[in-house]
Design a protein around this ligand. Structure first.
Ligand code: DX5
Ligand code: ZN
Length: 228
């Protein structure tokens, strides 16, 4: 997967990327759905892994990601909503993820986890739940390929956007720009044509969208509408 220019320290070279969330797709036609969003202009594919323990839902595992990897060249953005993710990082990297994004609520030492993910040869991200305060040491952004601010409580697609998380996006944007870091700033949950402009204005440059894409009549129009 050629991600040249997608992880750049040059803020002027960064365009808003769209990462459709596959759990909102038609599970009986996953292969066609992936082809359709790729054709429709998706930049990444967002893979929501849920273990029924950290979040009250159960979704996909490494076998699913392996099948998706064989199907597409899209950048696979794996969002691990699982307890004790350390145990599973290698499994999800070997399955074909291009990036592993872990919840700060599920790990003790973000720095070592990021290093471990990089040692597996994939990009690394951290995510904060809506109720989790932003108390990370800004210096960690030097190692981060992605920082994700959840704008819904994780577990399901189709939920309502939570604007109260936007100050965390603004804070992260300031850290990234002042530090000159290459970190991508992602927001996930309830992103649609009416909420995307607020997320982008706050500084997000990667938008996850489940229902706004996969429940739309035309995926290309939906993706364009999100980019603004
Ligand atoms: C929620 C997931 C999100 C969700 C997005 O736990 O992490 O990625 O699937 O779906 P929408 O865009 O419909 O909120
Ligand atoms: Zn997600």
């Amino acid at each position: 997967m050629n991600t040249a220019g997608q992880f750049t320290t040059d803020p002027t070279a960064r365009r808003v990327l769209i990462s459709p969330s596959i759990i909102a797709a038609d599970y009986c036609r996953i292969g066609e759905e992936i082809e359709a969003v790729e054709k429709a202009g998706a930049d990444w594919l967002h893979l929501d892994v849920m273990d029924g323990h950290f979040v009250p839902n159960l979704t996909i595992g490494p076998g699913f990601i392996k099948a998706v990897r064989a199907k597409t060249n899209l950048f696979l953005d794996t969002h691990l909503m699982i307890s004790n993710p350390i145990e599973y990082l290698k499994l999800y990297a070997d399955a074909g993820s291009d990036m592993l994004v872990v919840h700060v609520e599920t790990i003790d030492n973000p720095k070592t986890v990021i290093q471990h993910i990089h040692d597996l040869g994939v990009k690394a991200g951290l995510v904060l739940n809506p109720e989790t305060p932003f108390s990370l040491d800004p210096g960690i952004f030097a190692e981060l390929d992605l920082f994700l601010v959840m704008s819904v409580h994780p577990g399901f697609y189709g939920q309502k956007f939570m604007p109260e998380v936007l100050p965390k996006v603004e804070k992260a944007r300031k850290i990234i720009d002042e530090g000159g870091y290459h970190t991508r700033l992602q927001i996930d949950g309830g992103i649609a044509p009416d909420t995307a402009p607020r997320a982008i204005a706050a500084g997000a440059d990667v938008l996850v969208a489940g229902s706004a894409v996969f429940k739309a009549d035309n995926y290309a129009t939906a993706i364009t509408a999100l980019r603004g």
